[in-house]
Design a protein around this ligand. Structure first.
Ligand SMILES: NC(=O)c1ccc[n+]([C@@H]2O[C@H](COP(=O)([O-])OP(=O)(O)OC[C@H]3O[C@@H](n4cnc5c(N)ncnc54)[C@H](OP(=O)(O)O)[C@@H]3O)[C@@H](O)[C@H]2O)c1
Length: 314
């Protein structure tokens, strides 16, 4: 089968090359999926460069964690799926999943049935970003109706889903993004919008219960100032936010560094929101699998609205 593989880590996207590799065989508890589409996430760029999860990744490496496709074979003991089922998921993360390929294998519990409402492309765009948003908001922050939630990078892959999930839980949602993206945020249900490039968030957005913090560095610490006493900031880049936990303690607020987890039940929850019309996926751009390098170039610019997806066999 064709896989977009790399034999060295590299700053240049050119390290990703088309390679013929054997079709993977599912072992106990796994299924094989014929890939229809594979989502692209910022972590794909970090791992291509050799900057993340080096302790569990090795060369040659096939990138990609987001997948949608059709089950073609089930391993011993799998009762959840049958050949022909349409599925989506984020298998094995942060261990290699190899979704930039024509076939992948995955533990059955790392997948869920793709709702009829979603195309292959949307199904591949949803898992990693959607699970991150769901787990940060619902499992970690336990967001509830009436709470004030600040979503940073609100028009990005995780952010645009977090806005909708928080809204579906009955929260008052404040979305931070460049002003050109405020129309989209309002369509997604944001109650307030703020342009973080011209407004100091901590000076302007006050007394929130939950901050979904997508980027680290100084802003990751400064945004603790948006919280009410006892509020919680959940950071997707806690490892790149020096002093976060100490400053949270000083201020009497909570800070949690979070890493997304493969989670079939979380995928079912996202699918349920889709079926109820409470969650949609915005896809900015679709590339053919062979143009994975160009997709990485676009993702690395850091301005994505919604998601970038590779079309594989759809
Ligand atoms: N810990 C985890 O488990 C986990 C899971 C998923 C993602 N992440 C991390 O979370 C971050 C966002 O992920 P994503 O998938 O949403 O990325 P993405 O889709 O590439 O996000 C793009 C958005 O980020 C905004 N942005 C870029 N730089 C920014 C900055 N310095 N401050 C505020 N906003 C900024 C841009 O908005 P504007 O154009 O409006 O500026 C753009 O719309 C990435 O670093 C990713 O690696 C972590």
């Amino acid at each position: 089968m064709l896989a977009m593989s790399q034999h060295e880590w590299g700053d240049s996207e050119a390290v990703i090359r088309p390679t013929e590799v054997p079709v993977p065989e599912p072992v106990f508890g796994e299924v094989r999926v014929e890939v229809a589409a594979a989502g692209v996430n910022p972590v794909d760029v970090y791992t291509r460069r050799g900057l993340a999860y080096n302790s569990v990744l090795s060369l040659p490496f096939v990138n990609g964690w987001d997948v949608s496709g059709t089950v073609t074979e089930v391993g011993y003991g799998v009762a959840r799926f049958r050949p022909g089922d349409r599925v989506f998921g984020m298998p094995r993360f942060p261990h290699a999943a190899g979704c930039y390929a024509e076939y992948v294998t995955a533990p059955a519990r790392h997948l869920a049935r793709l709702p009829d409402e979603l195309s292959w492309v949307e199904g591949a765009a949803l898992p990693l970003a959607g699970l991150t948003a769901w787990q940060m908001l619902v499992e970690v922050a336990q967001v509830s109706a009436g709470q004030r939630v600040l979503v940073t990078a609100a028009a990005g892959g995780v952010g645009h889903l977090a806005v909708q999930i928080a809204k579906a839980r009955g929260a008052h949602v404040i979305g931070a993004a460049r002003s050109a993206k405020h129309g989209l945020l309002r369509e997604l249900g944001a109650d307030e919008t703020v342009d973080y490039t011209v407004t100091d968030l901590a000076g302007h957005v006050r007394e929130v219960d939950v901050v979904i913090q997508m980027f680290g560095g100084e802003q990751g610490v400064a945004n603790l100032g948006c919280l009410r006493p006892g509020g919680i900031l959940v950071s997707a880049q806690g490892a790149w936010t020096p002093g976060l936990h100490e400053r949270a303690d000083e201020r009497g607020v909570r800070a949690v560094s979070y890493l997304v987890d493969p989670d079939g039940a979380g995928l079912e929850a996202l699918a349920d929101l889709v079926r109820k019309g409470l969650l949609r996926v915005h896809v900015e751009r679709v590339f053919p699998l062979a143009e994975a390098a160009a997709a990485h170039r676009l993702s690395a610019e850091g301005r994505t609205t919604g998601k970038i997806v590779l079309l594989v066999g759809a």
